[in-house]
Write a protein that binds this ligand. Structure first.
Ligand SMILES: C[S@@+](CC[C@H](N)C(=O)[O-])C[C@H]1O[C@@H](n2cnc3c(N)ncnc32)[C@H](O)[C@@H]1O
Length: 225
């Protein structure tokens, strides 16, 4: 299987223009000795300034993105080079990981890596950065024949059955939301063949991500035996 894993509309971005001069951002910028445009938007530090951002509830949680990426990039399926990871962010930049790239487990090192990537936007390397919507990403970069998005608003399905379909596809893509609250935009929702719910309760992105990758891994191992 050549699985594309898309963490969509992720709560990972540099502090946006609108709040770069706000008190919370200014004091964080002084404390860190970095310019406001070089710092990741983070609700733990910028909460009081974030209220005026549109869809604020979906943004400023790079820690969630970190945990979700660790749970995907630590799996055997990923380490063997069968998963391509795309982090599509709320403002529309995509970070693409070169296959098998490990990301720092330490959050501060992860933050440094993401800040550098988002400021410099390298075209190639372990993390490349470009502008793309989820529909463009699926069409151009991952050329998928089966696209499944996971959402609490989806139709309840058995994850084992869905994963079997995914593992049997030639170039499937799975989409998980990289945000703490809220739902996919209508743009993202135009992409998947199916919207799937895997539990009655809302789960965290890292739990859904690791379960999906593990189930696909189990099926593809069985197919290769
Ligand atoms: C913290 S949730 C986002 C909040 C949203 N209210 C929700 O529960 O779907 C992060 C992501 O995990 C996935 N997710 C969470 N619960 C799920 C469920 N029960 N079934 C399928 N996917 C789920 C979705 O992709 C969602 O975008």
């Amino acid at each position: 299987v050549a699985l594309s894993f898309i963490l969509a509309e992720s709560a990972l971005e540099l502090v946006p223009e609108e709040i770069r001069r706000s008190p919370a951002v200014a004091s964080d910028s002084r404390r860190r000795g970095k310019e406001p445009f070089e710092i990741l938007l983070d609700r733990s530090f910028h909460h009081s300034s974030m209220a005026r951002l549109k869809e604020s509830e979906k943004r400023g949680r790079p820690d969630l993105v970190h945990v979700a990426l660790l749970s995907v990039t630590g799996t055997p399926l990923y380490l063997e080079g069968h998963v391509k990871v795309f982090v599509h962010t709320f403002p529309g930049l995509v970070l693409e990981l070169e296959p098998k790239t490990r990301i720092p487990k330490n959050y501060l090192r992860f933050r440094g890596l993401m800040e550098k990537a988002l400021v410099e936007q390298p075209e190639k390397g372990l993390v490349s950065v470009y502008r793309s919507t989820v529909p463009e990403l699926v069409k151009r970069r991952s050329k998928s024949d089966l696209i499944i998005a996971f959402s609490i608003r989806g139709k309840m399905e058995n994850l084992g059955d869905v994963s079997k379909e995914v593992a049997e596809a030639k170039s499937p893509a799975v989409i998980v939301g990289g945000f703490p609250h809220g739902h996919f935009s209508s743009e993202t929702l135009s992409v998947p063949d199916r919207l799937v719910r895997i539990d009655e309760s809302p789960l965290e992105a890292h739990v859904v991500a690791s379960r999906v990758v593990y189930e696909v891994e189990k099926v593809s191992r069985r197919m290769n035996d």
